[in-house]
Design a protein around this ligand. Sequence first.
Ligand SMILES: [Zn+2]
Ligand SMILES: [Zn+2]
Length: 136
Amino acid sequence: MIRGSCLCGGIRFHFARAVTQIGMCHCSQCRKVSGVASNAVIVVPAADLAWLSGEDLRETYAKPSGWRTTFCRRCGSPVPQKLPGTEAYWVPAGVLDDDPGLPVGGHIFVGSKAPWDEIAGPAPQFEEGIPGAKRT
Ligand SMILES: [Zn+2]
Ligand SMILES: [Zn+2]
């Protein structure tokens, strides 16, 4: 099991497997929600993720566009959120306590990255989303 937790430790979860590599999103919304150059996320089937504590601490903020983030209302850490209309969780890789054993698979929304953002590594870069994939 790969374990994860928020900064204050109130929210804890674990999951058995991910179905993606680590995706780095450089869009302006992910910058604001993370405070850094890009958001590192993986996708986990809902059936494979279990909450261990802190379900009452989870809060979700949604923009009118539908873009949303789920976070700990005590410490502000982003935590897994169920993707609307799917049976999958969007899991922020930075809150994992174990090594998920996954490489960075790609960078998305590179076309709107911050001017000071320097992307390193061999993973492919996409101006917008990964062609054929969709995030609501
Ligand atoms: Zn917390
Ligand atoms: Zn993004």
